[in-house]
Write a protein that binds this ligand. Structure first.
Ligand code: SF4
Length: 511
């Protein structure tokens, strides 16, 4: 067996504290599509627009009928791609449609999906941990059809399997390791949509149904279903592959594992607050995080505020916490605590590229400076508590500086996640070296360097409490995540799958 490794990968430039993750996928099957497939592709576009928070680099839509595929894709936000750059694909009697919003953790601008090879089209959300081994095992070139993407290589592996398109998909998927939610389209007598989720369930994937009863939809998050004129049916289960065609929805494979590794960062940051993933409302999870953080309000705190927008739900949770309610004051009193929005973000910064944007590392501080402004009337002379979802590289320091400049007497931070200390190899784009918790391991030193009077991160047990809704025994042991069917490897360093031989990627910022 060839040695397993992940090739060294340059991370993409990313804005300040933005954490990038790879892609949203959408699929649809309809037996009532308009004759040229336009209704179907418009529905998938609506789903892609709803999921644009998962990827803004490129967008692609593919249609399939009995004989052929039609595909359109380009760089940019989905809505811009399909209004300013490209027409929606059209195909006579199309019944299957796939779409992808792309953010890449590897590859080039040509790598927007879906990809097509030998009668199978696919789109992928996640990151495969054995792709380099697969490339060697199946003697695959690093560039296939002009594309470097791991997903294109995975599709080539699938097509090395024998049999029909369905057989190849089922056999090929068994060879993939890592995090993947995937959708496939096939042509033939009964064109079919396939949806598959890796056995550990890292990334979410849900099944919906068109409200007119004409077919089914699949999407990375259920918030895509409303704009697609469909409704949530159920999650695709970890390890499950479904086939959707004229016979309806059929589970054609199921790989059950003892414990799951659902990415807890999907709940903390990645997914939309109005989504329900892994059976949990993302907003309620973040709100519960805030209620737990409320136990750690510093003495004498006078104002609690979110770092917008990522800290809003958790900050509202703090304002609902017992700790906050015990200390609440009215506007006329001069003692106690208030919840106020004291930090404003300019929504027009980088509007042409979307709110989650790629910029040069040396522009990060400048971006953070122009992105945030502070309301002096709210913070002047006050002990302020800011609430955010996580600290990655430490550009929260710019917010703290602005609060100080506006006259805040003290600035404390409550962070709705444990300290981020380890790289993710399962599809979230931060490298170990760029994390401030590694650069400044002592939390008090880190607080000082960020300009904070105090800094609190949720413990492992607290984040699990927020996820499952029940208090759990205090734990400093990383396997508390696995015991509760989550991955928390970026906090604990305990990876839920074999990453032996994985070479940490280089980091431009470390050079
Ligand atoms: Fe999610 Fe962190 Fe696990 Fe990556 S390492 S899958 S970001 S929990």
């Amino acid at each position: 067996m060839a040695e397993r490794y992940i090739y060294q990968e340059e991370p993409h430039d990313s804005e300040s504290e933005e954490i990038h993750h790879n892609c949203a996928i959408v699929g649809a099957y309809s037996n009532g599509s308009s004759s040229n497939g336009e209704t179907l592709s418009r529905s998938v576009l609506n789903g892609l627009v709803a999921l644009n928070h998962r990827g803004q680099e490129g967008a692609g839509i593919l249609l399939a009928n009995e004989d052929a595929f039609a595909i359109e894709k380009d760089n940019g936000l989905a809505e811009i791609v399909f209004t300013a750059k490209r027409s929606l694909p059209k195909l006579l009697n199309a019944s299957v449609c796939l779409g992808q919003d792309r953010y890449s953790t590897s590859g080039t601008d040509f790598d927007t999906q879906p990809f097509v090879d030998q009668g199978i089209a696919c789109a992928h959300n996640g990151n495969l941990t054995n792709i380099s081994w697969l490339r060697e095992e199946y003697n695959l070139p690093s560039v296939i059809d002009g594309v470097e993407s791991d997903t294109r290589a995975a599709l080539a592996v699938i097509n090395r399997m024998p049999g029909s398109e369905r057989d190849r998909i089922l056999e090929g998927i068994k060879r993939l390791e890592g995090a993947y939610s995937m959708v496939f389209a096939t042509t033939g007598e009964d064109p079919s949509l396939f949806a598959s989720r890796d056995p550990l369930g890292f990334r979410p994937l849900s099944l919906g149904r068109f409200k007119d009863g004409s077919g089914f939809t699949v999407a990375s998050e259920d918030v895509a279903f409303g704009p697609m004129n469909s409704e949530f049916v159920r999650d695709i289960l970890p390890g499950e592959t479904v086939m959707i065609n004229g016979d309806g929805v059929t589970t054609i494979a199921m790989d059950n594992r003892e414990a799951l590794a659902q990415c807890i960062f999907e709940l903390i940051y990645i997914s939309r607050p109005d989504s329900t993933i892994f059976g949990t409302s993302v907003y309620e999870f973040r709100s519960r995080e805030g209620e737990i953080l409320g136990r750690h309000l510093p003495e004498g705190a006078e104002v609690v505020m979110p770092v917008p927008r990522s800290g809003i739900a958790a900050a509202q949770g703090v304002a609902n916490s017992e700790g906050f309610r015990e200390r609440i004051r009215s506007f006329t009193e001069d003692k106690g605590i208030l919840y106020q929005d004291g930090i404003y973000t300019n929504p027009y910064i980088n509007i042409n590229k979307g709110s989650r944007t790629f910029i040069q590392p040396n522009q990060r501080q400048e971006a953070a400076r122009s992105k945030y402004s502070v309301n002096q009337a709210i913070v002047e002379g006050k002990s302020v508590v800011i609430v955010d979802d996580s600290i990655v590289r430490g550009s929260i320091a710019e917010v703290v500086k602005k609060l100080r400049e506006a006259g805040a007497r003290e600035v404390h931070a409550l962070i709705a996640s444990p300290e981020l200390k380890h790289a993710c190899y399962m599809g979230v784009d931060f490298g170990k070296g760029e994390l401030i918790a590694n650069k400044i391991p002592d939390i008090d030193d880190r607080a000082t360097s960020l300009g904070l009077d105090s800094l609190y991160h949720m413990s492992y047990s607290e984040i699990i409490e927020a996820a499952i809704g029940n208090k759990v025994e205090e734990s400093v042991v990383g396997d508390i995540f696995r015991r509760n069917d989550f991955c928390g490897a970026c906090f604990t360093g305990e990876y839920p799958l074999d990453i032996t031989g994985v070479i940490p990627r280089t980091n431009k910022n470390e050079k």
